[in-house]
Design a protein around this ligand. Structure first.
Ligand code: FAD
Length: 480
């Protein structure tokens, strides 16, 4: 006997290695659907850059479903009401969904389950977004991990098992209910089109994800351990938005890299280093699972009442890439133009906001949420809290990145700054990260007018460092 099911897509916008879809397809016809609730079901309302990504990802998913003789049914509204309406129109008795870990997803899915049960419909949750479910890993004393290195050891000891679960065929329902048109959701900007820099760089969807995997393997993987620290070089995978929207599963990546490294031993160190980074993503989800409030407040109690400054002008200069520190400004402009920023630079700009400006990490987290195409509740909050010192396994409060030396170390020839802060392009390498150290003659020769064509620093480094240390010192008694 066949059973008709609904597959509710969330942050799992792919067809391959999709346990929920495979389960639905194995028992009968499937209605693949996506409900726009301001984000994918269970999510916090998406930021503008993520909405841009989602539009492309849903188009790609719809094309892949059509190629298999199916469709993507789009609905907009309250989750339970939309799912119930589609279930009653198609006679579906089961709804399959990939498990969500965000606090909002857990609340929404349990409310959805309760609403469906009243109509005799079952909600079944499946794995698919992580390598290992968060409750499966614990310290020897049975508590959740708070430190990454033992967590990573536990991931390796546990191993990543299971074969990819892909539906071999997708039977359509007899009748398709009415759906929305994606264009009517206004996910992409109209005027001004601030996302025009995104399209040449990104290809949302499953095919785009796999192209990034091939590019990684053929390109930087062999030297990933070193290249990953250089924002001036294309040395990382740029898979983060594909992972964030579930266009590829971490299990597929784990298996692909493991098999590749076994066949080509020279790639082993790079593959190990890359999979370790992937495990940071798992760690963020492990933390969010055990401390769901982490997305909104400091994990460490003692940081919760910390008196951050309010500085509208400072925040705005940081957002616009006009702080007067070229490395910071390059990062913030890369973010605005491309929807992405290199990890090394993310750490520096976050430290600048939280320590040089003493603004709350939540201001930065919100801006990243709006502007990143890979905005991810777990990774974003965990990383911001890592930099702020308020998270698990966090950078100590006295670690204050120097924006000048960070630039000189990771962008040694200034190519990254020249690309994103072109008004400084003619400065010599020795001055590119600190135009305020240049003489008037040197500035004039490079066509730079400090305070006119490029801002003077909005805060002096030594002053800011001393101010942050003094402010954070108050936490010293409790923070190691
Ligand atoms: P690669 O170097 O190729 O790494 C492979 C994958 O591993 C990434 O795609 C990502 O899924 C994971 N990964 C790598 N580094 C980290 C890390 N430090 N923490 C967690 N996972 C990691 N990442 C997001 O996906 N979404 C976010 O919203 C996000 N916000 C961040 C905010 C701050 C302040 C900082 C410092 C980091 C943030 N990161 C976030 C982590 C990291 O910067 C990005 O995952 C990485 O830059 C993505 O580029 P990539 O895919 O080329 O990475």
């Amino acid at each position: 006997m066949t059973t008709q099911s609904i597959l509710l897509f969330t942050r799992d916008l792919r067809l391959s290695d999709h346990p929920a879809l495979a389960a639905a397809a194995s028992v009968g016809p499937v209605v693949p659907m996506f409900v726009w609730t301001g984000g994918p079901a269970g999510d916090r309302p998406l930021g503008a850059a993520s909405r841009w990504w989602l539009a492309g990802s849903l188009e790609a998913l719809a094309r892949s479903l059509e190629a298999k003789g199916s469709r993507l049914l789009l609905r907009r509204g309250e989750l339970a009401a939309e799912v119930l309406a589609v279930a009653s129109a198609t006679g579906a008795r089961t709804v399959h969904v990939t498990r969500g870990y965000e606090p909002g997803a857990q609340r929404q899915f349990s409310a959805l389950g309760a609403a469906l049960v009243e109509h005799g419909i079952r909600l079944t949750e499946h794995s698919g977004r992580l390598l290992i479910e968060p409750e499966k890993l614990a310290t020897k004393s049975g508590t959740p991990f708070k430190v990454f290195t033992p967590f990573w050891r536990a991931v390796q000891e546990h191993g990543v098992s299971g074969r990819p679960e892909t539906a071999s065929k997708l039977a359509p329902p007899k009748r398709w209910p009415e759906g929305d048109r994606l264009e009517d959701w206004g996910l992409r900007p109209s005027k001004p089109d601030w996302a025009k820099g995104f399209s040449p760089l990104w290809q949302p969807g499953e095919d785009g994800a796999w192209q990034s995997v091939e590019r990684l393997i053929d390109g930087p993987l062999g030297n990933y351990g070193e290249l990953r620290n250089r924002p001036d070089i294309d040395g990382t995978s740029r898979l983060s938005p594909h992972l964030t929207f579930g266009e590829i599963s971490p299990r597929q990546l784990w298996q692909r890299l493991t098999v590749t490294a076994a066949a080509e031993p020279a790639l082993q160190p790079g593959a190990d280093a890359w999979l370790r980074e992937l495990a940071w993503r798992e760690f963020s989800y492990h933390l969010m699972h055990h401390w769901p409030s982490m997305t909104e407040r400091a994990l460490r109690q003692e940081f919760r009442d910390f008196a951050y400054r309010a500085d509208v002008d400072g925040l705005s200069a940081w957002q616009k890439g006009l702080t007067g520190y070229p490395y910071i400004d390059a990062g913030m402009r890369e973010l605005w133009t491309t929807g992405w920023m290199h990890n090394r630079v993310r750490m520096a700009v976050a430290s600048f906001l939280v320590k040089h400006l003493l603004l709350s990490w939540r201001e930065g987290e919100r801006w990243f949420w709006d502007t990143l195409v890979d905005a991810d509740a777990a990774n974003n909050a965990a990383s911001w809290q890592w930099v702020a010192g308020s998270g698990a396994d966090a950078a100590p409060y006295f670690r204050i990145f120097n924006p000048i030396t960070q630039g000189r170390k990771f962008d040694p020839n200034g190519a990254y700054v020249r690309k994103w802060v072109p008004e400084l392009a003619k400065l010599p390498d020795a001055l590119i990260h600190a135009p305020f150290e240049a003489t008037g003659i040197e500035l004039a020769a490079a066509g730079v007018g400090l305070g006119r064509t490029y801002p003077a620093p909005i805060v002096e480094h030594k002053f800011a460092r001393d101010r942050a240390l003094a402010a954070l010192q108050s936490l010293k008694a409790v923070v190691p």
